[in-house]
Ligand binder design. Sequence first.
Ligand SMILES: Nc1ncnc2c1ncn2[C@@H]1O[C@H](COP(=O)(O)OP(=O)(O)OP(=O)(O)O)[C@@H](O)[C@H]1O
Length: 224
Amino acid sequence: MSDPFVRLAGLKRSFSQGGETIEVLRGIDLVIRPGEIVALLGPSGSGKSTMLQAVGLLEGGFTGQIAIAGIEASALSADARTTLRRDHLGFVYQFHHLLPDFNATENVVLPQLVAGKPAAEAKARAEELLTALGLAHRLTHRPSQLSGGEQQRVAVARALANRPGLVLADEPTGNLDEATADKVLEEFLKLVRGEGSSALVATHNERLALRMDRVVRLHEGLLA
Ligand SMILES: Nc1ncnc2c1ncn2[C@@H]1O[C@H](COP(=O)(O)OP(=O)(O)OP(=O)(O)O)[C@@H](O)[C@H]1O
């Protein structure tokens, strides 16, 4: 069996609020294989976003181990973490967070330029992804000129632009009506599978979770 792409061991996170300590993650162990798509289920407030922020190396304050692509992140400097994040991770959020003054193609090109890819190559990659998501006729539209589903598709293309080994998605279709959410999720899963990336997708939607390779449930700070 191939080496895991992600390995979490004893991951803990607590927050202090009004003199009280809330233990949100109480010792999470999880292995995600290359190409595996894992649904992270849990009710509101169970800690899904907190866990994705930890795996995404976006916040400190955690204890335990997080290894991505075989690299243990907790021992790294802030700069080295940023590089690890840039080289291996892609993010999709509930709200698209696209740059409003840039068109669809430019939003997908930008992270590639930041990663050092030549402009022509970045543009070709952006157009390839947007076309695969059915947006060939929307390449030069700005976010405000796109529907909610189209905006989320651009966000998916942006997340995959640098060929991340792992896509972290936090309620990626949570802002869409049911029919659009189903379609966008289907396209997201197809694209992630085609690219051979792994994904960890937080949702509270059981029905959508069952479309992924494996479901893990966050309950009282632990995975079941
Ligand atoms: N920065 C913070 N300071 C204090 N408490 C926090 C902070 N971030 C999260 N929490 C608490 O941690 C718990 C888990 O929050 P989190 O956002 O991870 O849950 P979630 O499962 O993603 O919820 P939702 O589905 O509603 O997005 C909540 O009780 C929340 O209030």
